[in-house]
Design a protein around this ligand. Structure first.
Ligand code: IPE
Ligand code: IPE
Ligand code: MG
Length: 250
């Protein structure tokens, strides 16, 4: 797969129509490594640079929220050594990047089921989240042990418990109140969802929130992702007609 998007250079961006929330399925680390005769772990390591470029690129474009898919609830099906590499990388990067994220004004949150994460990593997550809580330049959500279905089921449990305890009426269950029980409570839905790696599927990412997201699929492996690809994706987003089920005036 080419490391550059093969499309012509993007239209100049309209600064007034930059998406507020961009979500990215960071896929293709394993194939990037295999194409170089390297172990899959090397692909995951190489992906770290692309994460940095995505964060900086989004911040510089004026994106307010970036949600990155780093580990799915289904990724436990991988060989245990690869799962270990991904867990280790989360911990290592949280330690190594904390200061720089803080300096850059990035607020970090980890979204997903953290019960299955090592206690020392959970402690580091809490440290970085607390340290960056007031930062305003960009909100970075890292989806880790995240699954869209698990997230919706968790929200339903929260609402059901309120009903059971008599704090909530069944008729109060609505799209609004359910949204407020998701990890993304209070945040706008992603307008733009990018997937690298060439697959055209959601793989259980932001199933609720992506209802009307514009989907952009990039035929490149995640470690090759750079600012140009981000700009190209935002440019494509800006050329789409969003109708939300309605009709556009001529
Ligand atoms: C994405 O790359 C990273 C994670 C899913 C954790 P992959 O590891 O899925 O890479 P491919 O898709 O096998 O190339
Ligand atoms: C999606 O990629 C999950 C992440 C990027 C974290 P996968 O590689 O796990 O997705 P599938 O298995 O190809 O659908
Ligand atoms: Mg993959």
């Amino acid at each position: 797969m080419a490391s550059r998007n093969s499309q012509p250079s993007p239209e100049p961006l309209d600064p007034l129509r930059v998406p507020a929330h961009v979500a990215i399925i960071m896929d293709g680390n394993g194939r990037w490594a295999r194409s170089r005769g390297l172990p899959r772990a090397a692909g995951h390591r190489a992906g770290v640079g692309a994460v940095r470029r995505a964060i900086e690129g989004c911040r510089d474009l004026g994106v307010r929220i970036l949600t990155l898919y780093a580990f799915s609830t289904e990724n436990w099906r991988r060989p245990s050594d690869e799962v270990g590499v991904l867990m280790g990388l989360l911990h290592e990067r949280l330690v190594a990047e904390a200061e720089e994220l803080q300096r850059s004004g990035i607020r970090v949150r980890i979204v997903g089921d953290l019960d299955a994460i090592a206690p020392e990593t959970r402690a580091q997550i809490e440290r970085v989240e607390a340290m960056t809580v007031d930062n305003q330049a960009l909100l970075l959500n890292v989806a880790f042990n995240y699954g869209g279905r698990a997230e919706i089921a968790r929200a339903v449990r929260t609402l059901a418990a309120r009903v059971r305890d008599g704090r909530f009426g069944v008729e109060q269950i609505s799209e609004q109140t359910l949204s407020e029980c998701l990890y993304t409570a209070g945040l706008p839905d992603p307008e733009l969802l990018i997937r690298t790696g060439g697959e055209r599927r959601l793989s259980n990412f932001l199933l609720w929130q992506a209802a009307y997201a514009e989907l952009v699929f990039l035929d490149l492996y995640w470690p090759d992702f750079d600012r140009h690809h981000l700009v190209a994706a935002v440019s494509e987003y800006q050329q789409r007609q969003r109708r939300f089920g309605g009709v556009t005036s001529a």
